[in-house]
Design a binder for this molecule. Structure first.
Ligand SMILES: NC(=O)c1ccc[n+]([C@@H]2O[C@H](COP(=O)([O-])OP(=O)(O)OC[C@H]3O[C@@H](n4cnc5c(N)ncnc54)[C@H](OP(=O)(O)O)[C@@H]3O)[C@@H](O)[C@H]2O)c1
Length: 311
């Protein structure tokens, strides 16, 4: 099938291009960088240099590609997610979600594509004391420190869900780990953990739902299928990881010393409320809906995946 992939050069875009080509699909991938476009062509994909905020250029590129499926994998996140870098990135990243997904849905419809698949995130629901949430849990829109990020997710998912004349699938990926992500030995957070600069905050009760980037790729390929139902899906794994468990597991797999502990008040001052939420109150996510729609999808349990990635 012909696939238009917006964001073919990011942490998931790169392995997704490889997998689609290996499976025999034709890929038209986007980037803003001519050198990255050449690298895509060298792999065997077609490449378009386009800024996703240029709606007319996106429409022209999708029309010229004549895809069966349009896949959105655009984010604007830093390689090193320091609190300062993330504060700057959140606005652009949310704008990408709000503006480029409706554009891609319109362009897909105009080009006669059958389906749009868009990248969303699972770690945006309002904490309510339950350790695990499914897709029906309310988004955390009434928390000022989360609002810009979560509003971007809301608009993105609404554009996909309400699309007419084209099927829409929103993939709420958990935290990516594996090669090319923050959670790898050479990734920003792996490096901090190895250097004992990533402490367990408070009691470390926050539950991260991790997904190996290759399992996220495999899930995305399964969602291309015409038999896969439209909708919003958590793409995580069944066992959310409390911070008090996953940080020591990553450290131990790298042969690093056990993590330090930090009080909530200090982490709030140094890293901000979002980091403290992830560390202490974040609910994990259930992926039963995706597993039911894609029987056979079998993501790594996080402990196995961490042992593999951080070894
Ligand atoms: N669910 C998750 O946990 C999750 C999701 C995404 C990312 N991340 C993390 O964030 C880090 C950085 O992500 P990343 O490496 O994927 O890089 P990124 O800078 O977020 O870029 C992702 C993709 O979006 C494209 N893009 C961004 N802005 C664009 C624009 N205005 N127009 C067209 N294309 C645009 C990039 O293309 P070009 O730059 O080539 O133009 C690239 O293909 C990774 O380490 C990853 O772990 C985590």
């Amino acid at each position: 099938m012909r696939v238009f992939l917006a964001g073919a050069t990011g942490a998931i875009g790169r392995p997704l291009v490889d997998r689609l080509l290996a499976d025999g699909h034709e890929v038209v991938g986007t980037t803003r960088d001519p050198a990255r476009a050449d690298a895509l062509r060298a792999k065997g994909a077609e490449a378009v240099v386009v800024d996703a905020f240029d709606a007319a250029a996106v429409h022209a590129a999708v029309a010229a590609a004549r895809p069966e499926v349009v896949v959105h994998q655009l984010t604007a996140l830093p390689q090193d997610p320091t609190p300062k870098a993330m504060a700057a990135a959140v606005a652009v990243n949310a704008r990408l979600r709000r503006e480029t997904v409706p554009t891609l849905v319109d362009a897909a419809r105009a080009a006669g594509a059958r389906r749009v698949i868009a990248q969303s995130i699972s770690f945006v629901t309002k904490p309510d004391g339950r350790p695990v949430h499914d897709e029906d849990a309310p988004l955390w829109l009434d928390e000022p420190s989360q609002r810009t990020n979560v509003e971007g997710v809301r608009v993105l998912e609404a554009a996909v869900r309400d699309a007419s004349d084209v099927e829409g699938v929103a993939m709420r990926y958990g935290f990516f780990y594996g090669p090319g992500t923050w959670y790898a030995p050479d990734g920003a957070l792996g490096t901090m953990i190895r250097k004992r600069r990533y402490p367990i905050v408070g009691s470390g009760e926050g539950r991260s739902s991790f997904v190996h980037v290759d399992d996220a790729v495999d899930a995305t390929v399964r969602a291309l299928d015409g038999a896969f139902p439209s909708g919003t899906y958590n793409v995580t794994n069944d066992e959310p990881a409390p911070a008090r468990d996953w940080i020591p597991a990553a450290a131990s797999a790298m042969g690093a010393k056990a993590p330090r502990h930090a009080p909530v008040w200090l982490a709030r001052r140094l890293a901000g409320p979002v980091v403290v939420h992830y560390a202490t109150t974040l609910p994990g996510n259930r992926d039963a809906r995706f597993r039911a729609a894609a029987p056979g999808w079998s993501p790594r349990a996080w402990r196995d995946g961490f042992a593999e990635v951080f070894a």
